[in-house]
Design a protein around this ligand. Structure first.
Ligand SMILES: NC(=O)C1=CN([C@@H]2O[C@H](COP(=O)(O)OP(=O)(O)OC[C@H]3O[C@@H](n4cnc5c(N)ncnc54)[C@H](O)[C@@H]3O)[C@@H](O)[C@H]2O)[C@H](O)CC1
Ligand SMILES: [K+]
Length: 477
């Protein structure tokens, strides 16, 4: 099962792997034609009713495989307003090849041709809201006819993200859906065929540009709260700055008074809040104070960078996580308290290989080869794990993604802190697994950008300025 939203991600990842959307459309159209052929007797009349998106494009392809039928193709709208290049190219091919096509420019002009089979290619996963004209009238005409209805991908009017089918949507007899079934299709009284359209498994397994696009913000959003610092001061500053570079509006750092000025000194962009108590490290009492502040903000916390391993600090981390109910990126020393923790919070744990082994996870060099073990460990732990290494494995115990971005220069200290900050930025609004996967990828892309000119010599602090381009520009190419 895959949602329409996720399908668009996989599609984009496939294109980045070299399997273009036009190739996928060709496979979709071919698969569609096979089903149509199975339900249309020799000599039948087939009416294709197409929209201006790629759902229509699939049917334009199918038409080329169905030339032996009595076939008409109606486009709802003007050809010059076809929404994508690949759908337009397939429409143009039908014109040049002399197919029987017509443009329906006014909903009152639409008459469903006499037919035995109608192909509903008006709307697929690109729908938003209830059917508008002329699709609404066309759907009514399709539903009123006695013809067998074959819907492309989903019946038009059906929302492939939540399985909702609007009252005025098409009533399909057959649905040919692509790659995987969509939520809610099984509840329809239609015969559903899932067609393999040749999307490589890697497009789902490896984090790609589609995942980044899904998880990134469209504007400035989010106010993560970084609880870190004490024995070390660079780590929380890097995490907090990375969150700002990842689109957060504000980035708060809670730290011991003794080091707050030092952390602020690295960056005028941060809001550093000294602990009220006069301790050099995080204590259980301070953790209680911070709990209230964390809940007032966006309920997204980074816990760990630079906290150190004092007994009282680890106890403080434990108590914080036991009481907090929001989302937390747990990094560095704080990871030690996660095994056997009782918490209602949503945790994204970001261990490196050593920390992963220390938590009771697999002790391996090659995380990618051990992805199944990491997945099983996350399932046992009951929390999401982003295991950091040459490749990163991101898993919630059921869904597992791998990010291969990054470069050897990122072995330098501090790149894990920038990662934690990006995860927090994206997690203020995106699904935690999607946020963690995209963040791992973006952090690696930022390093790759620097490696082009600075080989193995760049710093984690240099990566900060590369995060925006890795997040917004790189994946637009
Ligand atoms: N990997 C794949 O899944 C592939 C899928 N393909 C097919 O492409 C469609 C999705 O195409 P897309 O262009 O994104 O959207 P649609 O064709 O579904 O519709 C866009 C079109 O519809 C208009 N619109 C949106 N909402 C409404 C509404 N409520 N009423 C009327 N009109 C509406 C919008 O303005 C656009 O013009 C997928 O389902 C597959 O069939 C490709 O084959 C590639 C591989
Ligand atoms: K459709």
């Amino acid at each position: 099962m895959i949602t329409g939203e996720r399908m668009a991600v996989v599609d984009e990842n496939a294109a980045a792997l070299g399997v273009s959307q036009k190739q996928l459309m060709e496979s979709s159209g071919h698969a569609l034609a096979r089903t149509i052929r199975a339900v249309a007797d020799t000599g039948s009349t087939i009416a294709v009713v197409a929209g201006r998106g790629n759902n229509g494009g699939d049917a334009f392809v199918a038409a080329r495989f169905l030339e032996d039928y009595d076939l008409t193709i109606s486009l709802l709208g003007r050809a010059e307003r076809i929404g994508t290049d690949i759908a337009r190219e397939n429409w143009d091919a039908l014109q040049r090849a002399g197919f029987d096509t017509q443009e329906v420019t006014d909903s009152s002009e639409f008459d469903l041709p006499e037919c035995d089979v109608v192909v509903d290619a008006m709307l697929g996963t690109g729908i938003s809201g209830d059917l508008r004209e002329p699709a609404a009238s066309a759907a009514a005409a399709i539903n009123a006819s006695d013809a067998t209805v074959v819907s492309v991908d989903v019946p038009s009017g059906f929302d492939a993200n939540d399985g909702d089918h609007g009252d005025d949507g098409v009533d399909a007899d057959h649905v040919v859906t692509f790659h995987d079934t969509k939520p809610g299709l099984a509840d329809l009284a239609a015969d559903v065929t899932v067609a393999d359209i040749g999307i490589p498994a890697a497009a789902e397994r490896f984090v790609g540009p589609g995942d980044v696009r899904l998880a990134r913000p469209d504007g400035r959003e989010g106010r993560p709260y970084i609880i870190g610092g004490g024995p070390y001061t660079g780590a929380p500053a890097l995490a907090a700055q990375a969150a700002l570079r990842g689109g957060s509006e504000l980035s708060f750092v809670a730290a011991p008074d003794a080091v707050a000025g030092e952390i602020q000194g690295y960056s005028e962009d941060l809001i550093v809040q000294p602990y009220e108590r006069d301790d050099d490290v995080l204590t259980p009492e301070t953790a209680q104070d911070l709990l209230e502040t964390a809940q007032e903000y966006d309920n997204v916390v980074v816990l760990g960078p630079g906290l150190g391993t004092a007994d009282e600090t680890l106890e403080a981390a434990r108590q914080f996580l036991e009481s907090f109910e929001g989302r937390v990126v747990v990094d560095a020393d704080a990871l030690r308290v996660v095994p056997n923790l009782e918490t209602d919070a949503t945790l994204v744990c970001t261990p490196n290989r050593r920390e992963l082994a220390g938590m009771g996870g697999p002790d391996v060099d090659d995380l990618e080869a051990a992805a199944d073990e990491v997945e099983a460990f996350a399932a046992d732990l009951g929390h999401l794990v982003l295991a950091k290494g040459a490749t990163d494995v991101i898993t919630d115990g059921e869904r597992t993604r791998i990010s291969r971005s990054g470069t050897a220069g990122m072995k330098v200290g501090g790149t894990g802190d920038t990662l934690a900050g990006i995860v927090a930025a994206l997690m203020t609004y995106a699904d935690p697994l999607e946020a963690a996967a995209a963040a791992a990828h973006v952090n690696g892309l930022a390093g790759e950008r620097l490696a082009e000119t600075e080989a193995f010599g760049f710093l984690a602090s240099d990566m900060l300025k590369e995060i925006p381009a890795a997040l917004w520009n790189e994946t637009d190419e």
